[in-house]
Ligand binder design. Structure first.
Ligand SMILES: Cc1cc2nc3c(=O)[nH]c(=O)nc-3n(C[C@H](O)[C@H](O)[C@H](O)COP(=O)(O)OP(=O)(O)OC[C@H]3O[C@@H](n4cnc5c(N)ncnc54)[C@H](O)[C@@H]3O)c2cc1C
Length: 375
């Protein structure tokens, strides 16, 4: 019997499970998935839980239920160490040996070791975070709303907050704080212009070249001297990989994502997929995106099978369908199949992708109902 261990049951991990499934009996595989939570979240729709009232419950996949259906072992635990030489994975309650390992533990919010911010700020790492933000929005009255980070997530969250407040006729300041001199990092200028224009329409301020200097109980100070009292702070200013990856002696990028070879290998018995993997295709490093996580998980599983069969491994060939920045006032922009798009159509495509890729019929129909309910 060969033992295959998968760390992380998000898009990449679950796609790998599907890829291994049909070979399990034939190759006598014991497949074990370790994930720190029993239910994994469909991340692209977390901001929609704020402005569009999508229920976080409709974004969850129960890995224990899936394990019973698909015949793999599920362990709910947080991996704290991986020994690539001894081929062992250590979590809080156990140590597991493996013949092949897939690391697909994604990323989480990076607070850059700032405990003041960690304790005070909201984040959007999973459905329970979205629920916490939603409850705070409903139960508390803030003087203003600050979002740290003008990347995709920060912008989507800010527009959702404005829609949430507008529906309740609350007119409060929303400010995005961005350390860099422009929004949306390396994205094309036309997209930055479209988004900046839309943020203006929504009366969302953007402070560039600005960062959060101090977070106190009820006061937030920015590097430019601005002070905000009684503000909600949502932190969307960067991600990092799990702690156990930091301790691995392998090549990584500054976010801690693991460089893989063209077969998605870290070494002969360890693969990485999804946001954890830092894979470059002709010197372009792939974005952190659902489509690549799914493709990489599927390919990693394929190459684990080929390794077991003693076959030559398959080179990973990613297909890039494009990307979209959805905003809650029904405007979006993106590049799909090489075509620049803005307006309502890319928004429709985004939600089509979300519904198509969300987990199970019950969730899909729940999401559709939630989206239609609020128009
Ligand atoms: C708010 C938000 C909006 C997004 N919108 C889009 C979008 O519109 N389109 C798009 O393509 N992408 C979007 N993304 C990015 C996309 O969600 C990720 O690229 C994708 O989830 C990566 O999949 P993954 O399987 O690598 O990791 P994940 O989906 O993050 O899954 C990793 C799993 O590993 C678990 N885990 C982590 N550490 C450990 C550990 N130490 N031990 C055990 N388990 C662990 C986690 O709990 C999680 O369940 C968005 C992300 C966020 C946060």
């Amino acid at each position: 019997m060969k033992r295959i261990v998968i760390i992380g049951g998000g898009f990449a991990g679950v796609s790998a499970l599907f890829g291994l499934r049909s070979h399990q009996k034939r190759l006598d595989l014991e497949v074990t998935l370790i994930n720190d939570k029993q239910r994994v979240s469909f991340l692209p729709m977390l901001p929609d839980c704020l402005g569009r009232n999508v229920s976080p419950e409709n974004l969850l996949l129960d890995l224990a239920v899936l394990s019973a259906k698909m015949d793999f072992n599920f362990i709910q635990d947080r991996v704290s160490a991986v020994d690539l030489l001894k081929k062992q994975v250590t979590a809080s309650a156990l140590t597991l040996g493996y013949d092949f390992l897939l690391i697909s533990s994604g990323t989480e919010t990076n607070f850059y070791n700032n405990n003041e911010i960690r304790e005070r700020a909201f984040k959007l790492d999973d459905a329970s975070d979205a629920l916490l933000v939603r409850r705070a929005l409903e139960e508390k009255s803030y003087a203003s709303y600050l979002i740290a980070g003008a990347g995709y997530t920060g912008i989507e969250v800010a527009t959702n907050l404005r829609v949430f407040l507008k529906k309740r006729k609350i007119d409060k300041k929303i400010v995005i704080i961005e350390r860099a001199p422009s929004i949306l990092g390396p994205l094309p200028q036309w997209m930055k212009d479209y988004v900046a224009d839309n943020l203006k329409r929504l009366n969302i301020e953007v402070l560039l070249n600005s960062s959060i200097e101090r977070v106190e109980e009820n006061r937030i100070r920015l590097s430019g001297g601005e002070v905000f009292e009684n503000s909600m702070l949502i932190w969307a200013a960067g991600v990092r990989t799990a702690d156990f990856i930091r301790d691995l002696k392998v090549e990584k990028n500054p976010q801690g994502r693991i460089n893989t070879d063209e077969y998605l290998r870290v070494n002969a018995s360890c693969f990485a997929a999804g946001d954890t993997a830092y894979y470059s295709d002709k010197n372009n490093f792939l974005r952190m995106a659902v489509q690549f996580a799914i493709m990489e998980g599927t390919y990693a599983a394929k190459n684990i099978i080929r390794s077991l069969e003693g076959k030559r491994l398959a080179k990973f060939k990613p297909l890039d369908f494009g990307y979209i920045i959805p905003m809650a006032n029904n405007r979006a922009c993106g590049i799909i199949l090489g075509i620049n798009m803005k307006g309502f159509l890319p928004l429709l495509l985004h939600y089509f992708m979300c519904i198509y890729r969300s987990y199970g019929l019950k969730n899909k129909s729940g999401i559709v109902k939630d989206l239609i309910k609020i128009g």
